[in-house]
Write a protein that binds this ligand. Structure first.
Ligand code: CA2
Length: 153
């Protein structure tokens, strides 16, 4: 059966491509979604891509993902650095979680260096621009291969 991957995006990421291109680039979130769906197709993954500015809506989506999706890729945006509610919801998700950031959060403001999501993420990708989402899908595909069928390395 085709593995299902949920890609969640937090507040203000719907503004991508419209402002601050020097920080976040010129691609829109719709461009990133299209790239993820295409990459997912190549990898044999079904990708569902969502964005919300609401912490509560993100928490609800994480709760509802349990038992439905085989991995979760999340760019929680500013909530990365503040949200114990999203952390608690992620703790109950029973499959791989991969954290993505477009920018290198470790090279920016001090407050961006701490991530609640990192406490439960199997892997984290930061600073690769929008391509980080495709890298996360590659990583998810690899994580979902049963150990006895996984390539070495
Ligand atoms: O680098 C990332 O992906 C971030 O998650 C982006 C968040 C930021 O708060 C995190 O520290 C790092 C901000 C997303 C806001 O995106 C905008 C894009 C264009 C215009 C305005 C905001």
């Amino acid at each position: 059966m085709t593995a299902r991957i949920l890609v969640l995006n937090g507040p203000n990421l719907n503004m991508l491509g419209t402002r601050e291109p020097e920080i976040y680039g010129r691609e829109s979130l719709a461009d990133i979604e299209a790239a993820c769906v295409a990459r997912g197709r190549d990898l044999g993954l079904e990708v569902e891509f969502r964005q919300s500015n609401s912490e509560g809506e993100l928490v609800g989506w994480v709760q509802d993902a349990r038992g439905v999706f085989d991995a979760l890729i999340i760019n929680a945006a500013a909530y990365t650095h503040t949200s114990v509610a999203i952390l608690d919801a992620l703790r109950a998700f029973d499959a791989p979680i991969i954290e993505v950031h477009i920018t290198n959060i470790h090279q920016r403001d001090e407050f961006r260096r701490h991530s609640y999501v990192a406490m439960v993420a199997r892997a984290a990708i930061a600073g690769c621009g929008p391509y980080g989402y495709e890298l996360a899908l590659d990583a998810a595909a690899r994580m979902l291969v049963p150990a006895d069928q996984a390539p070495h390395g």
